[in-house]
Design a protein around this ligand. Structure first.
Ligand code: HXC
Length: 559
């Protein structure tokens, strides 16, 4: 009986597809799983809404004939690419397959990545890269380096056009690190992913330092010491769920407005606790994150895998605190609520807080000084962390909400010799050039140059308010009195008393918000409990804000 060509054709397709899904083969798949790592497609399925992944270029192969590569043709060539949805919104994704030549980047592999990036740009959607690669495909030589450069160029040109997110799921070394470095957010996984320009053996040869992979370029190192990564996740699943969460706060591209994700939290909710949250003694620390969480939206946690993870966390925390952390969960009907505050770079420069949140559903970028860490002083790391976050928000139309309690910039040779002048200027530049809606709440101190820098009215902030105990001044009362009344204090019969009197005099005049309010440098002095309602009203008022900077090729931020 004659065979049916149509059935044969179909069978060829199905066989090829099955072959492509096998990547580098059963042995290497097992090796990947044995390392506690997921496969490229498994990661994509966890990242995207179920059933939404559309793969492309599954049949692409390399074109190399050197070092026996012509005998090792693997469909897909070590990277899975395509599009899908997160929370119903379009994203593009590439996921390197370590089972195929260690996920190394060949000419064809690079072309596949460039193709999804080009699609993402054309359609104005975020691009998410899941990196797990031994770097340049050594057998292909310079062709592979060219492929990297093609990606770097796109990373750069698309910066500020579409959001770019990188997850490092395995090794990422050599020049390959520069693609994630240009993207907006980097996720790493503890003990599973590593990023470095040169590995431990090269380090030993060149600098004679002995260092482990983890210490040199692990997730903890890059989230605490270098600030290269924004998130250090416990495992791959958590990493992919955090990416899903991040995406809900950011627009699809630079033309889109900040997302509004409605929730049930009352926009007029007053928080009496805020009225007494600042210690009576103005030298005492407090946790600014508590203030942020009381002000921003509480919302239902996401449905799906993410919910499962968070529920576990909430239960663990509740158990630890000896109270029921997940309200209403007992009957299994009411939703579990959590704060919408989603912190970025939590472990790096903790004296400044950055993260996303929602206010009446409107996505905002929060930047806050943290008085419980180094008194919230601005040092080099805090300035750079804050500046990059502000610029991301401004690039993507995300309003900025600042909670300010800052004693100034960090003094000392360590900071000066490493350029606190130039680095601090980055934060100033970022706030000054930003044209998105800009809101500031001064909770306590706003001293010196840091007052100007932290989203002051003078650099075009739109809505600036202070709490009644705020001190807006050139410096703290003690330092000020010691300088301007030095002669009087020194010549007084009782210098100690004279100093105390002068400190009191200075406090009365400047250690309050009313000198600034009298000049319109702040728009209002508000009751702390009404902060949420005031910010939300201001945000809605500012929805139609339009502002632009002078025409130029580009500015010259102090790098
Ligand atoms: C081709 C590679 C490869 C590469 C790994 N493989 N890296 N093939 N080019 N760059 C292959 C291995 O031969 C092996 O093939 C398989 O991938 C898995 O590798 P293993 O070594 O068995 O895995 P593991 O022990 O987990 O070690 C992973 C690794 C190691 C740490 C990444 O493979 C490694 O050090 N690779 C070389 C890294 C490197 O020097 N890359 C070039 C960097 S320079 P089989 O057939 O056995 O499964 C660079 C420049 C970029 O990237 C510049 C951009 C501007």
């Amino acid at each position: 009986m004659a065979s049916d060509k149509r059935i044969e054709d179909l069978q060829i397709l199905l066989t090829k597809r099955a072959q492509a899904k096998l990547g580098g083969g059963e042995k290497r798949i097992k090796a990947q799983h044995d390392k506690g790592k997921l496969l490229a497609r498994e990661r994509i399925y966890l990242l995207l809404d179920p059933g939404t992944f559309e793969e492309m270029d599954e049949f692409v192969t390399h074109r190399s004939h050197d070092f026996g590569l012509e005998k090792q043709i693997i469909l897909g060539d070590g990277v899975v690419t395509g599009s899908g949805r997160i929370d119903g919104r379009l994203v593009f994704v590439f996921s390197q397959d370590f089972t195929v030549f260690g996920g190394s980047l060949s000419e064809a592999h690079a072309e596949k990545i460039c193709k999804v990036m080009d699609m993402a740009e054309k359609l104005g959607a975020p691009v998410i890269g899941l990196n797990d690669s031994g770097g340049a495909r050594i057998q292909e030589g310079v062709v592979s380096l060219g492929g990297y450069a093609d990606i770097f160029l796109r990373n750069t040109l698309m910066s500020g056009v579409i959001p770019q997110i990188s997850a490092i799921m395995g090794p990422c070394a050599g020049g390959a690190v520069y693609s994630p470095a240009i993207t907006d957010f980097i996720f790493m996984i503890k003990k599973k992913s590593h990023m470095f320009v040169t590995g431990p053996s090269v380090v030993k040869t060149v600098t004679h330092e002995e260092v482990t992979f983890e210490d040199l370029g692990g997730a903890v190192t890059h989230s605490t010491k270098s600030g290269v990564t924004h998130f250090a996740c416990d495992d791959e699943k958590q990493c992919l769920q955090y990416i899903r969460k991040l995406v809900t706060y950011i627009p699809q591209n630079w033309k889109e407005k900040t997302p509004v994700k409605h929730n049930m939290d009352d926009p007029e909710r007053a928080e009496e606790e805020l009225n007494t949250i600042i210690p009576a003694d103005n030298t005492r620390p407090y946790d600014m994150k508590k203030i942020i969480r009381l002000v921003v939206d509480m919302e239902e946690i996401q449905v799906g895998e993410y919910e499962i993870e968070i529920e576990k966390d909430a239960k663990k925390k509740a158990k630890k605190n000896g109270k029921d952390g997940d309200k209403g969960k007992d009957n299994g009907k009411e939703p579990t609520m959590e704060s919408s505050f989603f912190e970025t770079q939590e472990l790096f420069a903790p004296n400044i807080i950055t993260g996303f949140a929602r206010l009446d559903g409107i996505s905002v970028g929060v930047i806050a000084n943290q008085p419980s860490k180094m008194a919230g002083v601005l040092d080099i790391d805090a300035s750079v962390k804050g500046a990059r976050f502000v610029r991301f928000c401004d690039a993507f139309n995300i309003p900025l909400v600042v909670f300010e309690d800052v004693p100034g910039f960090m003094p000392g040779t360590f900071q000066e010799w490493r350029g606190i002048i130039k680095q601090g200027a980055k934060l100033l530049y970022a706030f000054a050039e930003a044209t998105v809606p800009k809101l500031t709440v001064i909770t306590r101190k706003a001293y010196g140059g840091a007052y100007d820098v932290m989203n002051s009215k003078h650099i075009r902030a739109d809505y600036n308010v202070a709490w009644p105990g705020a001190e807006i001044a050139v410096m703290g009362p003690n330092g000020a009195a010691e300088i301007i009344f030095k002669k009087e204090i020194d010549s007084a019969k009782d210098p100690k008393k004279a100093l105390a009197d002068k400190v009191e005099e200075f406090k009365k005049k400047f250690a309050n918000p009313y000198a600034a309010a009298a000049r319109g440098y702040i728009d209002d002095v508000i009751e702390p409990s009404e902060t949420r309602a005031k910010l939300i009203r201001a945000l809605w008022m500012l929805q139609t804000k339009e502002q632009s900077n002078p025409k130029k090729r580009h500015g010259n931020i102090p790098l």
